[in-house]
Design a protein around this ligand. Structure first.
Ligand SMILES: Cc1cc2nc3c(=O)[nH]c(=O)nc-3n(C[C@H](O)[C@H](O)[C@H](O)COP(=O)(O)OP(=O)(O)OC[C@H]3O[C@@H](n4cnc5c(N)ncnc54)[C@H](O)[C@@H]3O)c2cc1C
Length: 380
């Protein structure tokens, strides 16, 4: 087995790390405290080609692979969870479904501006009464001539206030077993009847935009239907499988940042006449975090590799998402502990890692849902 990154993947890591350190890092505290979406940073990320890493050049992308994209999310997550979450959602949820399932015309029209970083996309699956149970979707899309008329409500949608396009899931009919057929439809945000509000006051990832969407008699052409209408549910499960790799990568980034800060602080802080890194209780915490970061990285990269090599990756992306995000939370918690009282203060940043990491155990399938996915893959 070859665990080395390719030349291209190594270059992407360096480029994104430099950008994250120079451009994002000086802004991370402000992004969190002011809960302000850093649109200008996304414009720069677009210019660098980061929003198009996993898409072919013919659609405005950079022609990279999933692993390169995961590395980019990891590096951004290392400095800013908010920017990392909005980046992962824009690529994995806002743009990827169009690449996976879109017609040539949809790709040219809707994917290209997203991949070029000239616009942001959003994915609206969650509803007030349909979260983990996405099959309980109440939003409807009723055919009317050449159009669909969509009515419903979506909640907790990342980037929606800044998005040019939404992909919304809606019930379009019933199958032969009488079950709802859920399809995905592209809705430009400037369509009449679309109302997007962003009033959530969040615990973490505060600079990532999270919005509610109301769809009131929204008329879009039937040609905006994404993929096979009969396979809408399995299509968004595939989308989520891919998205989980990026949320796992974000967890990995936060876990790595927690380790870096805790190690540095443990070497500097002196108590009882020596650095606290000399105490075995502190060493064991650092050793555990370091081991879990390494395991998370192996899991994230393996899931990405499987996807890039057209092999099944549902189970491995759930493993990676579950383990890396829970590692991020544990690592941030221990980083606070190692900082003592200072860790509880905002300026030391490790408390932000904990608040940001918590979201990763909830979004794109909670930890419980990941365990369900894994159990199903085991044949339960
Ligand atoms: C900041 C943020 C950003 C988000 N971004 C997006 C986005 O861009 N697009 C989008 O569509 N959604 C988004 N979401 C929604 C997110 O995916 C959901 O919150 C998540 O799927 C959980 O759904 P829920 O909140 O309704 O919780 P519920 O489904 O009500 O779950 C409540 C609890 O019950 C548990 N539970 C539920 N069912 C089971 C079961 N069968 N077995 C065991 N335990 C179970 C859950 O694990 C959880 O602990 C976002 C959420 C947040 C907070």
């Amino acid at each position: 087995m070859d665990f080395n990154l390719t030349k291209e993947q190594t270059m992407i890591r360096k480029m994104v790390r430099d950008f994250a350190e120079e451009v994002i890092k000086p802004r991370t505290i402000e992004i969190d405290t002011e809960a302000k979406f850093p649109l200008d940073i996304f414009e720069q990320m677009g210019e660098l080609g980061l929003l198009g890493i996993p898409f072919p050049e013919e659609y405005g992308g950079s022609g990279g692979d999933t692993l390169s994209y995961a590395i980019a999310v990891e590096e951004i997550g290392r400095v800013c969870g908010s920017t990392g979450l909005s980046y992962a959602a824009a690529v994995s949820l806002g743009a990827s479904p169009i690449y996976y399932f879109g017609t040539e015309e949809q790709k040219q029209k809707y994917l290209t501006p997203l991949a070029e970083g000239k616009a942001l996309g959003s994915f609206g699956l969650t509803e007030p009464n349909a979260g983990s149970d996405a099959g309980g979707t109440k939003t409807t899309a009723v055919e009317d001539g050449d159009d669909f008329i969509i009515n419903g409500e979506k909640c907790f949608i990342t980037n929606a206030s800044f998005a040019k396009t939404l992909i919304v899931t809606a019930v379009t009919g019933k199958n032969e077993k009488g079950r709802n057929i859920i399809s995905a439809i592209i809705v430009p945000t400037d369509t009449e009847g679309v109302t997007i509000t962003s009033n959530y006051d969040k615990m973490g990832v505060r600079g990532s935009d999270t919005a509610e969407i109301v769809l009131d008699n929204v008329r879009v052409p039937k040609s905006n239907l994404l993929g096979d209408p009969q396979k809408g549910f399995s299509q968004f499960l595939y989308t989520l499988d891919g998205g989980r790799i990026s949320i796992a990568a974000l967890g990995l980034g936060i876990a790595q940042a927690s380790l870096d800060k805790a190690l540095q602080y443990a070497k500097e802080r002196k108590q009882f006449g020596k650095s606290i890194s000399n105490f075995q209780a502190i060493q064991f915490k650092l050793a555990d975090i370091a081991m879990e970061v390494e395991l998370s990285r192996n899991m994230v990269y393996k899931a990405a590799w499987l996807k890039d090599n057209n092999q099944p990756f549902t189970k491995e992306s759930a493993y990676a998402k579950l383990f890396a995000t829970e590692t991020a939370f544990r690592a941030a918690n221990q980083a606070i502990q190692i900082h003592g009282g200072y860790g509880y203060m905002r300026e030391y940043e490790v408390e932000r890692y904990l608040r940001d990491a918590k979201l990763l155990e909830i979004g794109e399938g909670t930890s419980e849902v990941q365990r369900l996915v894994i159990a199903r893959q085991l044949g339960c």
